[in-house]
Design a binder for this molecule. Structure first.
Ligand code: GAL
Length: 484
């Protein structure tokens, strides 16, 4: 190198080092933006893709889901709680947690309104007057109205789908009466009114079909007298007898009768004929459900027994009107109630709540290879939102898990957000329940034989809707089933 060149190189090195660094940084930033720009589709492309999916009724469900419908997952901030003086003060997460241990049912609790209805002032979900942007969206916890603009009264319910008419029937407790307590310490209640039925083809617009099982207003010795309790109705269809069979929790006002009632109808719209109540195999039975395995038509009664300390499971007779002799005990000493059963592949899953009356608590997921057990407890399926939301099942109690016809890995988690101060204003918390992958990784040594439970998640969404064309997608798929 000659002297001039050496001098130039030295000058370049000494003069331009900071400048060089800045040039390098600027170059890296520019590169980052450029590669980001070429690798992500433009907003216009994304919009046109969504439009294509909307216009294509046989679009894969996985593609549909990738887009907008389930996107609104959000973290719910820790509540800022009002003190009894009415002044708003920010709580640290530690003190906010301790608010949960206050008696939320007490009229004096400043937190009661916040815990039960943080969104009380938000608009109702009202298919009779909803705007285009809100159409088909579920808003868990908001008041939900039927197609005539009246609040849906179907609490603690269950949903039956009939493929022939492609119609869903939602049966639940009608609680549209004044809430009162018989004694200072007894549970809040409303007089028994009956079991409502609502019908829908899209799970969002519900038509009130009236009371399919009515309270008895005169005969005080009737199970269905207004002074008694009829809760958690569930209906299944018997393919052989062509009867719709309803099971429900029958009790007296202090919950000491602890029985299960049966009613039948030849139409999903009722009226149902009440056949009476029984203590199954002589055991007390409070919160309960029935589950029909659509693969073989077998059906089961699952109920909380032995003072709610364990669940009992019995298979129903082929006509679904009686119980077979075997009783299987599950979740012994776990004190679980509100069982909701669903099947995925060859496995059975169940979500339960703890036993705290109207006050919400943590949900647990259980799994078994056979309905009669053994049942294994897998943990809390709730995902997203805040600790407070997860530890209280999003301030709700499970009532049912609804399989979506033709869709294998997407269910609807159906729960109640009870309002013990005004039970008729209790709300519904519907959320997508998804099944994806295995809970455990593949075993290192596959000579061990143990069930590989799937990962079941109930994910919080403030606002969500089912995938576009979910019904068409399920009906048009060649194999009859689409997985996510
Ligand atoms: C809950 C039960 C509800 C209702 C309530 C009455 O434990 O799940 O269905 O019975 O108690 O307090």
């Amino acid at each position: 190198m000659n002297a001039r060149a050496r001098g130039g190189a030295m000058a370049f090195t000494s003069l331009a080092l900071p400048t060089l660094v800045w040039i390098l940084v600027a170059w890296l930033v520019a590169l980052h933006f450029f590669t980001g720009w070429i690798s992500s589709p433009s907003a216009a492309t994304a919009r046109s893709n969504r439009r294509k999916d909307r216009d294509n009724p046989v679009a894969r469900l996985s593609d549909l889901l990738r887009y907008s419908e389930l996107e609104e997952i959000e973290e719910i901030p820790v509540f800022s709680v009002r003190s009894s003086s009415g002044k708003k003060h920010k709580k640290s997460s530690k003190s906010a947690k301790s608010a949960i241990s206050d008696d939320p049912l007490s009229e004096l609790s400043p937190d009661r309104r916040l815990f039960y209805f943080p969104d009380r002032n938000l608009a109702a979900v009202d298919p009779s007057s909803s705007s285009e942007e809100e159409r088909d969206f579920f808003f868990p916890g908001r008041e939900w109205r039927d197609v005539n603009g009246l609040p849906i009264q179907a609490h603690g319910g269950g949903i039956l789908y009939t493929p022939e008419t492609r119609t869903f029937y939602w049966y639940g407790e009608n609680k549209q009466g004044p809430t009162y307590r018989l004694h200072k310490k007894s549970s809040a209640r409303v007089d028994l009114i009956g079991i409502s039925c609502y019908s829908s083809q899209d799970l969002w617009r519900w038509k009130n079909e009236g009371l399919v099982l009515k309270a008895d207003t005169t005969n005080t010795s009737s199970d269905l007298h207004t002074s008694n309790v009829a809760e958690r109705p569930k209906v299944i269809f018997n393919n052989h007898t062509r009867q719709f069979v309803m099971y429900l929790h029958i009790d007296n006002a202090n919950y000491s009768k602890a029985s299960v009632g049966i009613a039948t109808s030849s139409s999903p719209l009722g009226p149902f004929t009440y056949l009476g109540s029984t203590k199954p195999h002589g055991f007390d039975s409070r919160d309960m459900t029935i589950f029909k395995d659509e693969d073989d038509g077998s059906a089961f009664l699952v109920y909380s027994s032995q003072s709610n300390s364990e669940l009992h499971i019995s298979q129903l007779t082929p006509d679904y009107l009686g119980l077979s002799p075997a009783v299987s005990r599950a979740l012994v000493n776990q004190h679980r109630e509100a069982p909701a059963v669903f099947k995925h592949g060859n496995f059975f899953y169940m979500i339960t709540s703890g036993c705290t009356g109207w006050w919400p608590n943590q949900a647990l997921l259980h799994a078994a290879e056979s309905m009669l057990g053994p049942w294994e407890t897998l943990g809390d399926p709730c995902v997203g939102a805040s600790d407070e939301f997860r530890l209280t099942t999003f301030f709700s109690q499970v009532a049912f898990v609804l399989p979506l016809p033709g869709l294998r890995d997407l269910f609807v988690f159906v729960a109640d957000r009870w309002n013990p101060g005004n039970l008729s204003d209790s709300r519904y918390v519907w959320l997508p329940l998804t099944i994806d992958g295995r809970l455990d990784g593949p075993p290192e040594d596959d000579s061990f034989e143990f069930p590989m439970w799937s990962r079941v998640s109930v994910r919080w969404h403030r606002k969500w809707k089912l995938p576009e064309h979910w019904k068409n997608a399920s009906l048009d798929d060649d194999e009859g089933e689409i997985s996510l």
